[in-house]
Write a protein that binds this ligand. Structure first.
Ligand SMILES: Cc1cc2nc3c(=O)[nH]c(=O)nc-3n(C[C@H](O)[C@H](O)[C@H](O)COP(=O)(O)OP(=O)(O)OC[C@H]3O[C@@H](n4cnc5c(N)ncnc54)[C@H](O)[C@@H]3O)c2cc1C
Length: 411
């Protein structure tokens, strides 16, 4: 079979690309191993809500139009929103079709699937940046009596034993899961490494509203000093809830969650935590202060100071004077460990030499180092918001523009 473009993946990124391809009359298929929006149907815990407000759910030619723009969709609602988008766009999705190989051939690509082969001039990789949980190598040293779960295996506290839980990682996933497990009455220890602190609301508006108007979310990949580092910055400690609650470390310790430093290793059942907890928290407080400075400056420059509450700063993160540095996993205190240590993409099926030693695609703003190949949905791909739905909207428009120019290039 022949087509001009094969899009791999029918999440919001692949569908945004498909919409932009259709608008430019570029013949294409969207190949999806499961069904549309499958990450939101199968890969998320039960209580997950978007941490981005509903008004920020925007895709090319489609946006949230419900009656709760400041609310936060559940995972099921996100799946429905994306499925509706696929229908409205009449996206040519081939569900239940797994791409098993993509390789270069005759100036284009051959995309092999479990349902047959496609020849095409261009490929859009929209297979997701968060396919597989990242788990540290020392997980292998956890004694067998302790149950371990990744965020993709975790569903809700009912699946856990009654004993204590250690959540490793304090970014959006870790703080949300730690808070929920603590609410279920279990003792929770949270191992905290580098993290990004963020309040849900500031000066009467959602933090994402401020980050959008002040241009923070739109900061471009070619404007930051160190894009390699920027792409590795963890997600902000945010969650969507009716109460618009903050999920920073002070909020968690207020409910009884115990903080420890970054998990440094496990030896003979003994977990060692880094002594850097205070430093990591001070750094996160400092960076939050800088973000709020940017927001305040923007508000002043744009004459908003009289229409929103005055600037203020949040309490520094409260850390024990001597947080514990060890924990004996054989002592019975911890029954379950949740590895909230991040996710990575899976390109094991990609037979084009564009994957670096860390498993990430080599690209320049989504233009992959292989002619006619494009990437979507990856953190800070073209701008800070690239991994969010709203980021895929603009990135897809720009990259399909690039793809069009590539097809139109003089031979
Ligand atoms: C826990 C979590 C919470 C998040 N919360 C938010 C949020 O609040 N707001 C926000 O904007 N973003 C959020 N994100 C980030 C991002 O929006 C989601 O990860 C989103 O699912 C990414 O969409 P995507 O289309 O890029 O990838 P995906 O939704 O992962 O879609 C990729 C698709 O490709 C398919 N696929 C993969 N490999 C193959 C193959 N070999 N052959 C065929 N098909 C394949 C998969 O089945 C999948 O359906 C969150 C991410 C995570 C992990």
């Amino acid at each position: 079979m022949r087509t001009t473009t094969v899009v791999v993946g029918a999440g919001h990124s692949g569908l945004a690309a498909s919409r932009c391809l259709s608008e430019r009359s570029i013949d294409h298929v969207v190949v999806e191993r499961n069904e549309v929006a499958s990450s939101w149907r199968h890969g998320r815990w039960d209580s997950l809500r978007l941490l981005t407000p509903n008004w920020e759910c925007r895709l090319p030619g489609h946006a949230y139009e419900g009656d709760d723009p400041d609310g936060f969709m559940t995972a099921t609602e996100v799946a429905e929103f994306i499925t509706e988008y696929a229908k409205l766009s009449a996206a040519p999705v081939m569900s239940g079709t797994t791409v098993t190989s993509v390789r270069r051939s005759d100036g284009g690509y051959v995309v092999t699937t479990d349902q047959g082969e496609w020849s095409c001039a261009t490929v859009v990789l929209a297979s997701g940046a968060f396919n597989v949980p990242r788990v540290p190598a020392c997980a292998a040293a956890v004694p067998p009596e302790v149950t371990t779960l990744t965020p993709m295996q975790y569903r809700n506290p009912d699946q856990l034993g009654a004993g204590g839980v250690m959540v490793v990682g304090a970014s959006a996933t870790g703080v949300q899961i730690a808070a929920e497990i603590r609410r279920s009455g279990r003792e929770v220890v949270l191992a905290v490494g580098e993290h990004v602190r963020g309040p849900r609301s500031y000066r009467g508006r959602d933090i994402h509203w401020w980050m959008e108007v002040a241009g923070v979310l739109d900061e471009r990949y070619d404007e930051v000093d160190d894009i390699v580092r920027a792409r590795r910055v963890p997600s902000m400690q945010l969650a969507g809830s009716d109460e618009r609650a903050s999920f920073d470390l002070n909020a968690l310790t207020g409910t009884g969650v115990k903080l420890v430093g970054r998990l440094a290793g496990i030896n003979d059942g003994l977990v060692q935590f880094s002594g850097s907890l205070r430093n990591k928290c001070e750094l996160a407080d400092l960076k939050l202060g800088r973000l709020l400075d940017t927001i305040d400056e923007w508000a002043t420059t744009n004459h908003l100071d009289d229409s929103v509450p005055p600037p203020h700063r949040f309490e520094p993160t409260v850390v024990d004077s001597s947080p514990r540095l060890g924990l004996d996993l054989k002592g019975g205190e911890i029954e379950t460990i949740v590895w909230a240590t991040g996710f990575r993409p899976d390109y094991s099926w990609l037979d084009v030499p564009v994957v670096d030693e860390k498993g990430m695609i080599r690209h320049d703003g989504g233009i992959v180092e292989s002619p006619g190949m494009y990437l979507l949905g990856s953190p800070f791909l073209r701008r800070r918001k690239s991994s969010f739905m709203d980021g895929a909207r603009v990135d897809a428009e720009e990259l399909v523009g690039e793809l069009r120019s590539y097809l139109d290039r003089p031979e």
